[in-house]
Write a protein that binds this ligand. Structure first.
Ligand SMILES: [Zn+2]
Ligand SMILES: [Zn+2]
Length: 235
């Protein structure tokens, strides 16, 4: 009982000496989240979506949509949690490229405060593999803290790096849409595990842009016998 009370006192003293400022605009905030109310309002969770292809819907969530109903997809489920724009995009960029721990903390808070029940019940969460050279440069996998958080929200699902990149490929962002697809064909392989056939793998990434990487990873997992769903933090 004493320790939580002590923590409260310490954080009260710290907040009085260093009042919390908004990570985005520098304005003062009356909360410990790190964003002021105005900046927090600029973050949009995606609450209406097609749960087959993940596209944002205007009126209500749907099991498939005009875009995907005639398409064959290598996954059965797809969802993104936030719009990749404005403050969310800034937070993710700061987390990913500047190892900004305040941004990481805010992102975790945002993910944590979102109700998360999926129309797909995974046996395992699989982060999209990062390029080994870039991973060495950064020193850690920027997806893992969020994958673990999602895993615990879904009921302690194991997070396993089941995929690896066979060959180094040029960064996707440096290529045109058509080159992005070609760039990745056959680039990934599945690491053998004792998981039974038809285990449900939830492939996880930070952002869906063209979806080329996710599609190729999903195809690779599907070929190895997994039933695949996709979850990204944003699109
Ligand atoms: Zn602000
Ligand atoms: Zn759809």
């Amino acid at each position: 009982m004493l320790i939580p009370a002590l923590k409260k006192v310490v954080s009260f003293i710290l907040d009085s000496v260093y009042p919390p400022f908004c990570w985005n605009c520098g304005g003062s905030t009356d909360n410990s989240v790190g964003l002021c109310a105005l900046c927090a309002e600029k973050i949009s969770p995606i609450d209406k979506f097609c749960s087959r292809c993940g596209s944002v819907q205007q009126t209500e969530s749907t099991p498939s949509c005009a875009y995907c109903s005639s398409k064959r997809l290598p996954y059965e489920f797809c969802r993104s949690l936030f719009r990749y724009d404005g403050v969310f995009r800034k937070l993710l960029t700061a987390h990913k490229y500047s190892s900004d721990t305040a941004a990481t903390r805010i992102l975790k808070h945002l993910i944590n405060s979102l109700p998360l029940s999926l129309d797909f019940h995974p046996d395992v969460i699989v982060p999209v593999p990062q390029d080994r050279r870039r991973l060495r440069k950064r020193g850690y996998d920027h997806l893992v803290p969020f994958a673990r958080l999602i895993a615990s929200k879904l009921g302690n699902i194991p997070v396993l790096s089941l995929l690896r990149k066979k060959v180094a490929t040029p960064p996707q962002a440096s290529l045109s849409d058509s080159m992005r697809k070609k760039n990745l064909i056959g680039a990934f392989e599945v690491i053998p595990t004792p998981l039974p056939k038809k285990s449900k793998a939830l492939l996880f990434d930070d952002v869906t842009s063209t979806g080329a990487t996710l599609k190729e990873c999903a195809k690779t997992l599907k070929k190895a016998g997994y039933i695949v769903g996709l979850l990204t933090l944003s699109r």
